[in-house]
Design a protein around this ligand. Structure first.
Ligand code: NAI
Ligand code: OAA
Length: 264
């Protein structure tokens, strides 16, 4: 297994530390050309620094996307067509039908696979099993402290810099709209949608809550299987209050799962 990392932000840096501790090496970084100077600091020893899939060392087998929607859309298809397996945390990018189709056809062409890390949420296995029966409704609520929504469309309706008097909903609608409008904040909505009833039937509510200091994600689902409610209170990464540590941990788990003879 020869690993290249796409992006060198908060999730990528967590992943680097964790997989190096497991004895795995990072052979290369795929970075934006304009960020290669400032982004190249890493804990990996002497990795190749490139800005396109074609410039990656020939023996790379896996591209790990920790860069967000644009990075996946830009480099995911080329990597898959070249036969690299891709692990991504940028699940919301798949809400765009053109990107989705491009990823599917590229993987088919390259004989490769796109692996979706579970991200900041759990219970996706429950949804996947439940949808083989009739899954009637899936509702996802994402709640973060106000600073976790900075840089998102929440800024258009809420003053996130001053103290909000109470929890404020700034989005309700289908998962597709949430994922496309909040590329840095609603990847969980997309993961829930893909595991369950799809982008258009999954109902989403996004809330800025001044009374909390963690990222709280909740799924309520019902169907032939019965019903369940899943809630997680996730610590954010020290480098980025928008992103939960579990999202980075889920990328590490996907990487470590690749070489295991038994998948659990
Ligand atoms: N599935 C999930 O539960 C979660 C998914 N995410 C996704 O992960 C992404 C990354 O999160 P963080 O590391 O916290 O963000 P960050 O902002 O700390 O890091 C992003 C990194 O990606 C790089 N980048 C951006 N566009 C790029 C491109 N086109 N090509 C190459 N590199 C590019 C940036 O320069 C930066 O190094 C988020 O934008 C979000 O879409 C984040 C949290 C949870
Ligand atoms: O990290 C989180 O808590 C969730 C997140 O940003 C996303 O869904 O994109």
């Amino acid at each position: 297994m020869k690993i290249a990392l796409l992006g060198n932000g908060a999730i990528s840096r967590y992943v680097q530390q964790a997989i190096l501790k497991q004895g795995l090496h990072i052979e290369a970084f795929l970075l934006r050309p304009q960020r290669m100077d400032e982004d190249h600091q890493s804990v990996a020893s002497d990795p190749a620094i490139v800005s396109s899939v074609t410039a990656l060392p020939q023996d790379i087998t896996h591209l790990i996307d920790c860069a967000g929607h644009q990075g996946l859309a830009e480099h995911g298809p080329a990597a898959l067509r070249a036969g690299l397996d891709v692990i991504t945390v940028s699940i919301g990018a798949l809400a765009d039908p053109d990107i989705y189709d491009d990823l599917v056809s590229s993987a088919t062409q390259g004989g490769s696979r796109l692996h979706l890390a579970s991200g900041a949420i759990g219970a996706l296995d429950t949804l996947r099993a439940a949808r083989s029966g009739q899954l009637d409704s899936v509702r996802y609520t994402g709640r973060k402290p106000p600073q976790g929504w900075i840089g998102s469309p929440a800024e258009q309706s809420l003053d996130l810099q001053s103290s909000l008097p109470s929890a404020q909903t700034h989005f309700t609608g289908p998962a597709r709209d949430a994922a496309l409008r909040y590329p840095k904040n609603a990847n969980v909505a997309a993961a829930v949608a893909l595991a369950g009833v799809g982008f258009d039937a999954t109902e989403v509510e996004l809330i800025a809550d001044p009374t909390i200091s963690s990222n709280i994600h909740e799924i309520c689902a019902s169907g032939d299987f019965g019903s369940f409610t899943f809630s997680i209170t996730g610590n954010s990464l020290p480098d980025n209050p928008r992103s939960s540590a579990l999202a980075a941990m889920s990328v590490v788990a996907e990487i470590l799962a690749i070489n295991k003879p038994i998948s659990s």
